[in-house]
Design a protein around this ligand. Sequence first.
Ligand SMILES: NC(=[NH2+])NCCC[C@H](N)C(=O)O
Length: 483
Amino acid sequence: MKTAKTLKENIGITSETGTLRKLLIHSPDRGLGKVVPSKAQDWLFEDIVHLDTMRREEYDYYVKVLLYFLDPEKVKGKLKDIDSDESRSFYIPGSKDYFNSDKVIDFQKLLADILTDPTTRSNLTAAICGIEKCTYLTQQKLHEYDPIELATIFISGSLSDKKMLFAPLPNLIFMRDIGIVINDHILLNKPAKSARTRESILAQTVFFQHPMFEKYRDKIIEIPENERHFLLPDDEKASDFQRCTLEGGDIMMVAPKHLLIGCSERTSIFAAQQVMKILFEKNVVDTITIIKIPKKRDFMHIDTIFTQVKKNIWVLLSSLARTGDEAKKKDVLHFFAQKKEDQEFKILQFFKGLENKPIEIDNLEDLLTDISRNDLGCDEEVTFIYSGNREFPFGEREQWTDSCNLLAIKDGVVIGYDRNDKTLEAFRDKGFRIIAAKTLLEAFENGSLTPDTLTNTFITLPSAELSRARGGSHCMSMPLLRD
Ligand SMILES: NC(=[NH2+])NCCC[C@H](N)C(=O)O
């Protein structure tokens, strides 16, 4: 009953582990195959990836697993045919065999949809040509493409004859970062890195123009720039109190009235404060916990250091958790280490109406235990699974390849990378079934397992290429609707 009712809605997120019903994703597009070593860092990749392997051997499994859970008719009994199609047309928006699901939705499809409207099309073309500094003639030429091809060009930066017009958007596969659903509101991002600016212009237009979100238009939240920012000299703009940036990987809707915001390399304290003001004013949540983490490439967002697996189970990086502090206390060198202000880790919890009286929480475990117990009403013991099974030096190693960045498809069933052996061992020790996406799909096809009955499972995704892009399955999803 509840499902049929909720499915009519397109948006609604009140937890990180409620059964996933709709989400946005973006399959690796041709732009990812254009990253060159000299631009890899600027484009937020540490390496260049092999696009074909990334798609066929890795990301396509992510899509198939998601479809099997969220929209099974699209794949059930059809996997042999889908897999034998060399052209992969099943995965390509606009192609004749495209899966075209209204539950697992590629952002590129929504973009193509809105580009059928002449006004949206010319506005967006002008905006993109403006930020990408295209010539007027290029802008005119873009009008010749059909909406599907134009969407591909806007995302990949290149034409089908391989000519590049502007930079690709290789990070668009990390759909989570463009925005986040908070209850029935959509919070749009303000990217910290210029490599992601075009993504947010596309997202803004899709959320404001696509009929799918029509009902929610007055519930889209954009964070205004700090007024004084325009007047600041450039070298003063970088401070956390002046800068206004926010990315979806730092936002977690953990319980109906409780939101977590990470302040990180990507999300500034100023932006967190703005979001808090708006959400309290609109009565969207009544508790906001701000988690300030060190500004480091390895921890770009809070979802790279912890995610939720089940109401009472979390996976996290121990060096930023309680055990990390204890270990540090035993380490004599630590007392002599230089204290860097922004390396500090700090958790403050704010309540609506009492914003000037936040409470400080010592460590991640205390916060997460409180969420499981008091927000989610768990009676069972709250359990933590640590990256690298807490063995030195595997915690850091595996966190770098997204051991802590898992997507819960439903409570206790997560999908994550296959390469983090020690973390997987820790999951196994806690009673989880570890199963490769490929094996799971075969079991679904032959009926020996069904998505509905699966419990306590870690689905592993091949990840040699995907992990080089510095994000995992949590980052690759923007959940729109959960039970
Ligand atoms: N939510 C996340 N953790 N997203 C990961 C984004 C990775 C991407 N290469 C970037 O640096 O922006």
